[in-house]
Ligand binder design. Structure first.
Ligand code: 5AD
Ligand code: FES
Length: 330
């Protein structure tokens, strides 16, 4: 698909039925009916950055900050094993107390004890630090670039830098990680053209995973009260990303489930092949408040596991076999 065709398909006035049907077909041919479950551990909501959209940005005094101990993180990983998930995603803000050295020690423990595939989502570090984390046993890394629009990026991320963000993605690839990135859909000031550029960039970067969620305005941030993205926009982006990038792993995201109780089901029907059920301790979940209304804050890990299995069954899908590593460089 060329850029003009992508822009036309993103237009909210066009009927998305054919787009979704094609994306579903491409998904089935490229990655099959299996859905990979990745257990999400939100291990710290401390963050040194002040991204305008994010509820846990530095300086938000309304957030109750928490940081799981290495033992607690290991406990979450044991829960993942018990629930027969094959991957844990360890995500946090950019917490200076969990720098690469501390984190590497935890990764090594989790890997040695559980043998699970490990995905990190912890932000921007140096090439050397990424190599340390890779050597400790982490397999994959998620770092969304959030938007391909340079101007919008600099407005949203006051203490980040557009070129450095992409340099980090290159470092991760060089360090031997399977690399995921992604964006938010429906950011204020985001044009259809820039969303088309996002999708073409996913392809150009040859990403292993691509995560897309609707922007949801967070109170206590500079973007409080802004218009949120729509599920429709996020679903169109998922569908187009599937068609354009073919065999990437694409999650049905929590933000989609937050905007619409059937949001994740809809994403699985138009290109997505991954779910990331939460396995963080219940008492901390509500505090990992990137945006309001986040689902699963009242559920135990077992309940989310039951919920996602029922969801898959209702869609005629099933858990995928194996670790669900990248399909690009097998
Ligand atoms: N709405 C939607 N998604 C958000 N994220 C952060 N804040 C918000 C928000 N207000 C997403 C970002 C980040 C991921 C972990 O969560 O894309 O990369
Ligand atoms: Fe958590 Fe459905 S996945 S309740």
């Amino acid at each position: 698909m060329n850029k003009n065709e992508i822009i036309a398909a993103l237009n909210p006035d066009s009927d998305p039925a054919d787009l979704y049907a094609l994306a579903d077909k491409v998904r089935r041919e490229q990655v099959g009916d299996g859905v990979h479950l990745r257990g999400l551990i939100e291990f710290s909501n401390y963050c040194r950055r002040r991204c305008y959209y994010c509820g846990i940005r530095a300086g938000n005094a309304k957030v109750r900050r928490y940081r799981l101990s290495p033992a607690q993180i290991l406990d979450c990983a044991r829960t993942a094993v018990r629930l027969k998930y094959q991957t844990v995603v360890m995500q946090s803000g950019e917490d200076p107390h969990y720098g690469p050295r501390e984190l590497a020690a935890v990764v090594e423990k989790v890997k040695t004890e559980t043998g699970l595939a490990i995905t990190l989502s912890v932000g921007e570090y140096s090439a050397e630090e990424y190599r340390l984390l890779r050597a400790a046993g982490a397999d994959r890394f998620l770092l969304r670039f959030e938007t391909s629009d340079r101007r919008l990026f600099s407005m949203l991320k006051p203490d980040s830098d557009y070129d450095r963000r992409f340099a980090c993605l290159a470092r991760l690839k060089d360090a031997g990680f399977q690399v995921g990135s992604g964006v938010m859909a429906g950011l204020p000031g985001q044009s259809l053209e820039s969303m088309a550029d996002d999708i073409l960039l996913f392809k150009k970067l040859d990403l292993d995973m691509v995560g897309i969620g609707p922007f949801i305005a967070s109170p206590e941030t500079p973007m409080a009260g802004a218009d949120c993205g729509t599920l429709d926009a996020a679903l169109r982006m998922v569908a187009l990303t599937r068609i354009v990038t073919k065999n990437t792993h694409i999650p049905a995201t929590t933000a989609m489930g937050t905007l619409d109780p059937r949001g994740r089901q809809k994403a699985l029907g138009c290109g997505a092949n991954v779910l990331m059920p939460n396995i963080s301790p219940m008492e901390n979940r509500a505090d990992y408040s990137l945006y309001p209304g986040k689902i699963c804050t009242g559920e135990q890990p077992e309940q989310c596991a039951g919920c996602v299995d029922a969801m898959l069954a209702s869609l005629g899908r099933q858990r995928a076999e194996g670790f669900g590593h990248s399909l690009k460089r097998a």
